[in-house]
Design a protein around this ligand. Structure first.
Ligand SMILES: [Zn+2]
Length: 161
C-alpha cells in the first residue's frame, strides 16, 4: 500500500517543522526529521550538534540512528525520510547508506543559507575540484592500503551492507 499521498506527506512534514521550531526553543539548531515506513512513525530526530558536541548530529542522522535502533536493523529500506530542510550532503549520504526509498523535505538549501547554515556552500564545494578546497585531502597509499578489503572479502561470515 502506498503511503505517499500528498495529505500524508503534508502531515509528516508539518511534524518535522514542529520538531525543528521546538528544538530552537530548546537551544538547538532549527532542524527536525522523521523516519516513516508503511505509514508508521519509526523515529523522530532533532538537531543535536551543540547539545551533544557532535557535528554529525544533524536531525536526519539522529532520526536514522534512532529508527535503526528501534527496528533492530541497519537498513531502512522501504522507509521515507521526512525532514524540515533539504538534507545537506552528510545527511543525503546517510539516507543513501540507510537505503531509504524516499526523501521529502520542506525548506531548501537557500532557506538554510539565509539561516547561516552551510548546506548550499557544501553542495557547491563538491562541484569544485578538490585542489580548490580550503581543506586539504591527501591520499597516502602504502602497499597494503587495500588489505582491509582483502580481509573483508576473505571473511565468509561478513555481513554485507
Ligand atoms: Zn545534514
Amino acid at each position: 500500500m502506498s503511503t505517499a499521498s500528498a495529505s500524508t506527506d503534508a502531515e509528516w512534514i508539518a511534524r518535522t517543522i514542529e520538531l525543528a521550531v521546538a528544538n530552537v526553543a530548546a537551544g538547538g539548531g532549527p532542524f527536525g526529521a522523521l523516519i516513516v515506513r508503511d505509514g508508521e512513525l519509526l523515529a523522530e530526530g532533532q538537531n543535536r550538534v551543540t547539545a551533544n558536541l557532535d557535528p554529525t548530529a544533524h536531525a536526519e542522522v539522529t532520526a536514522i540512528r534512532a529508527a535503526c535502533q528501534a527496528i533492530g536493523d541497519f537498513s531502512l529500506a522501504g522507509a521515507t525520510l521526512y525532514t524540515s530542510c533539504e538534507p545537506c550532503p552528510l545527511c543525503l549520504s546517510a539516507a543513501l547508506w540507510a537505503r531509504v526509498d524516499r526523501v521529502v523535505f520542506a525548506a531548501d538549501r537557500d532557506d538554510a543559507a539565509r539561516g547561516g547554515f552551510d548546506d548550499r556552500e557544501f553542495y557547491e564545494l563538491f562541484a569544485r575540484p578538490r585542489s580548490e578546497w580550503d581543506v586539504t585531502i591527501d591520499a597516502v597509499r602504502p602497499a597494503n592500503a587495500a588489505a582491509p578489503f582483502d580481509a573483508w572479502l576473505a571473511n565468509a561470515e561478513r555481513t554485507d551492507y
